[in-house]
Design a protein around this ligand. Structure first.
Ligand SMILES: [Zn+2]
Length: 432
């Protein structure tokens, strides 16, 4: 993403914020096409009226504005519900220096990066994200700041620190020299027993997390040999899930390897993230249990591309990136065809923030019709997160969380990557 482009976007956001604050009048969006996030039907030439942050009317034709009304001219484009990304990491972005950064950055550095990336994510059309793991619980503060209207960003459903096992993906001390402190506890997100598992979930409740994330198998970017070995016992997964239920948490499991995926599914997790080496039995189990797949094709593509460069990744990471990347796309195609339930999620923070919508193109390439991909990023996750009474579709009474793209995403899914209009909290952050 070009820096100049972002400065321009921020300017619009500030102008929008001023207008939003000054005007008590309505915002009228003149939409050439309207995709409501639920139905298969595309309505044409519609006016959507937002007043006080809520959709108060949806009318055929282009309503003439009253004095003081703001008109958004999207006659050449398509209006959609604000988008959901069910797998992001808002407070970091992987780069060549990530490993050394862990020794240099403090909470405040991650928090400030999170502010920047949250706005970038919002301006890309994403009004709700699930953040599946941070460094020092900074995404919980970021969530609170967005909710309080202090910083622009998407609604954040935050896991806080992910839960791993010793040496596992998300053990924050992997690869360190022994002279550095390296005895992380359940509070730090590292467990090694059923008792630890319960303690770690309860700590997240105390922290104020919204959801639980575990790393059920090895992962690509951690400093460890395997990207796919199982790293929890099934009993540990069960203990996490049953404790999570006590506190009203859903559980997301990062899982690449076949055995770890199955243990997580049998253990009762709600979503499998990546699902790279999912086999036929795993597909059957997921369908039987109603487990969701969040494919993160974007991250798979990105690590594969970076893996082509000999020096980008640490030597221990590169072979994992080359093996996992292309397989994610193949598995997604197979899982979709087999009828596994799918929600849109990118793992952005691996790939650059603001490029989230590239996932749509990869989903369509994997055989998912554009309308299903759009629903997987709107009404479907809204229902999963119990937010469907407020958002995830365009209907009277719902919040005015809306995005506009040029042209028609059903004939060219690539337009999802060129969002021209973003509205949230009665504020127009980006206007055509
Ligand atoms: Zn992730």
């Amino acid at each position: 993403m070009k820096r100049g482009a972002w400065r321009g976007a921020v300017g619009v956001a500030l102008a929008g914020a001023c207008l939003g604050a000054a005007a008590s009048a309505a915002t009228l969006i003149h939409a050439g096409r309207l995709v409501d996030g639920v139905s298969d039907t595309v309505k044409t030439q519609q006016t959507v009226v937002v007043e006080g942050g809520k959709i108060t009317a949806i009318e055929a034709g282009y309503r003439t504005p009253a004095a003081g009304d703001r008109v958004i001219d999207l006659k050449q484009g398509t209006l959609l519900p604000g988008l959901f990304d069910m797998h992001v990491h808002l407070s970091s972005e992987y780069n060549k220096n990530t490993e050394i950064s862990r020794f240099k950055l403090n909470e405040a550095d991650y928090a400030i990066d999170g502010v920047v990336y949250a706005e970038r994510t919002l301006l890309a059309g994403f009004t709700t994200v699930r953040d599946l793991g941070d460094e020092m619980r900074e995404t919980l503060s970021l969530r609170n700041a967005v909710n309080a209207g202090k910083v622009p960003g998407p609604r954040i459903i935050a896991a806080g620190k992910a839960i791993a096992t010793t040496g596992g993906h998300a053990d924050p001390t992997n690869g360190r020299a022994r002279k550095f402190p390296a005895d992380p506890t359940p509070a730090d997100g590292v467990i090694n027993s059923v008792e630890d598992a319960r303690e770690a979930v309860r700590q997240r409740y105390k922290d104020g997390s919204d959801t639980i994330k575990i790393t059920a198998t090895g992962g690509v970017l951690s400093i460890a040999k395997s990207g796919s070995n199982p790293q929890f016992t099934e009993e540990e997964v069960r203990a996490i899930v049953s404790t999570a239920r006590d506190y009203g948490f859903k559980v997301a499991a990062h899982a690449h390897g076949t055995e770890g995926i199955k243990r997580a599914v049998r253990g009762g997790v709600d979503t499998i993230e990546h699902g790279t080496f999912l086999d036929d039995e795993g597909i059957r189990l997921m369908k039987e249990r109603g487990t969701w797949l969040v494919p993160t094709l974007s991250a798979g593509r990105w690590v594969y591309e970076q893996g082509q460069k000999p020096d980008f990744f640490p030597a221990i990471v590169r072979p994992k990136a080359l093996a996992v990347g292309p397989q994610i796309q193949q598995t997604f195609a197979k899982a979709y065809k087999a009828g596994v339930k799918i929600m849109f999620g990118t793992d952005t923070g691996v790939n650059p923030h603001g490029t989230n919508a590239g996932e749509f193109r990869l989903m369509v390439q994997g055989g998912m019709p554009a309308m299903d991909a759009i629903r997987a990023a709107t009404s479907v996750p809204a229902k999963f997160l119990d937010l469907d009474d407020r958002t995830g579709s365009i209907a009277v009474g719902k919040l005015g969380e809306l995005v506009g793209v040029p042209g028609d995403p059903l004939s060219d899914i690539g337009v999802m990557e060129r969002v021209v209009f973003v509205m949230k909290d009665d504020t127009v952050y980006k206007a055509p």
